[in-house]
Structure formats: structure tokens, C-alpha cells
Design a protein around this ligand. Sequence first.
Ligand code: PLP
Length: 370
Amino acid sequence: MIYLDNAATTKMDESLIEVYKSFSCDKFYNASAGYSVALENAKYLAKAKEILLNKLGAKVGDIIFTGCATESNNIALQGSVKEGKWEYIFSKGEHPSVYNIAKMLEEQGKTVHFLDLQKNGEIDYVQLESLINDKTRLVSTMFVSNETGAINDIDKIVKIVKAKNPRTLIHVDGVQGFCKTPINISSLNIDFFSISAHKFHGPKGVGALYVKNKSLLRPIIFGGGQEYNLRSGTENLPGIMAMVTECEKIDVAKNLKHTQELRDVFLNQLDLNKVHFISSGSPYVISLNFPGVNGETLMRALEDKVIIGTGSACSTKKAGNRVLEAMGYSKEYAKQSVRVSFNAYQSVEEVEKAGKIIMETYLDLYERLK
Ligand code: PLP
């Protein structure tokens, strides 16, 4: 079985078990306790933050460890909401962990704007510029789309936003880009960046939030005051250490080059006169449209041989695809689309074989269903 749904989650690097075990069974002490072995763990925690900041290229700011990127997004977004007549801007392409916060704010009576997407999946930058004013509290757009692989131009977004209102906060959901697509936060004036370990071969249940200025955030989780009082709860040190160990190992440029080759070889197996493909961005994620065959039907038919997705795991049960529809594709088109996502440790042969199987299965289904 060939796994091509790496945007949903990746297989954990097995060598991390040792790291996890060491911080669970040997150095298991609570990093907030006052005795010396616990203080040692507090130092590991500080070191782990340094590793993530280095990987992000951040010269200022800090890291808050969380339980997942859904939590990071909630802490950044809900924690930035202010009383009063402020405005919030979200893109229509966001993951549900951002989009549903936007919907909630709208239901609470706040002024929320939703940015359209272009045909290539990037946000509408012109519309963004037209929406910024001195009441704009926050803009949230993702780095790499989990549905299409489209890469938003974060530098351009920052310039547009800060030129019109330097006080507007910018949140970037970096989940599908971190450790995959080069980024250097020091040259980008952003305020928040969300990360999730299980998307880059780390363990599940660990995430992080980069925060440029902690004093601008209000906590949404209350408790013992861990993580600068912004995410109370005992830190998952085994998971955190496993995440940063993996992060340090990753050669982003080398992996990107290999994944580009994987994507190209894969696409070569498809008849692109029959199959439509959207992606001008990250080679890790592509969206494919199979005319005449439902994405769900294709996914099920392939299941024993190749695993693909029909989009965000959180939206598989819903009809259609909000993101593709926001890009201007019809509901019908969206229903006939699937998501294929690679990981940098797969072989060229494996994805070549998967591409052939997918094409054969599609043609077979097409004939039978017409
Ligand atoms: N943001 C994006 C773009 C994602 O793809 C995902 C996961 O699919 C998330 C956020 C949520 O991540 P987590 O599973 O760590 O909560």
C-alpha cells in the first residue's frame, strides 16, 4: 500500500521513540518543578524553543508549546480579539481550525471579512489591500494550502498590510510549510506562526506557536501559568523533544528538491489531457480533478493499493470542498477532486507506481460509470 495522504499526517520517524522514551521514563520530571532534575528539564524546554526559533530564522520573538496546531491557531486568533469595533480578515482557504474561529467571531457580531482566492489558490492580494483600514485588528492567511499546495506570498501580504496599518497583527498558519518550504521569519514582519509536529514526521499531540510580542496576547486557557501564562498545562516534554529532534534533522532544501522530482514523476504517469491538476506552489500537495468520477469513489476504489485524500481530514464527510469552490471551481468539479500529498522520504519508484495505478483505476471507473 502506497501512502499519498501526507498532508493529513506523516509517519513518525521511528528513531524518535528513543527520544520520547528518554524524556518519559528517565528524564520524566515536570519542567515547572523547583528541584534540580526538573530545572534540567526546564533547560531542555528552553533549548527546544531555541531550535524552533533557529529553524524559523527568527531573531526576535518566542515559542509557546501547544498540543497541536489547532490549539496554536486558537491561542493566536482568539487571544488577539479585542473589545470594541475592530475588524478581522481571514482567507476563504483556511483550515477549519482558523476558518471556524472566523465564523464564530462573525456570529458574535464582530466585523469579519473573508478574502477570495485566485484560480491558483493564492489569496486575492488586491482585495486584501482594499480591506485594510485603521480598525483592522488582525489578518490571518495560511502559508501553504493543505488542499492545493498553493503558497501565499507572505512577504507581499506583510507589506500590503503594514503599509496601510502597521498595528494590524498578522497570523500565518504555517503547518503545511514548516520544515518543507523555506521561510525566514526575520525578514517577514509577522506576529504569529503555527506549527504541528505530526506534519513533518514528528509525534502527534505536539504543536507550537511563534509569537513576536507576547504582551499583545491574552490567554484563552487558564491554569498553572506554563508557557508565559499563554498555554497553561504541563508541557509535553517527550513530544516536544521528539519534535525538535526531527526538525533539526530536516534538510529543507534537499527534501524540497526530491519532492519536486516525486511530484513530476507522479504527474508524468497521468494523462493530463484527461486529468486536471492544480498546483503552482508546494510540490508536497497537489489537487487533482478526475472528470466524471467522484473523488470519494476513486479514493475508495484505490484504497488497497494507494491511499489518497479528498481534502482536509476534518471536512471529508462534508459534500464539496469549500476551498476549491472559493477558487471559482464548481461544486461538481470540487466533488470530482482528490488531494495527493507526498513526503520527502518516499522513493521515485513508489510514486511512479502509484501514478500508474491511479490513472488505470480512474480510466476503469470512468468507463464503468459513463
Ligand atoms: N492548519 C493546517 C493548514 C493543517 O493542514 C492542519 C492539519 O490538517 C491544521 C492546521 C491542524 O493541525 P493539527 O492536526 O496539529 O491540529
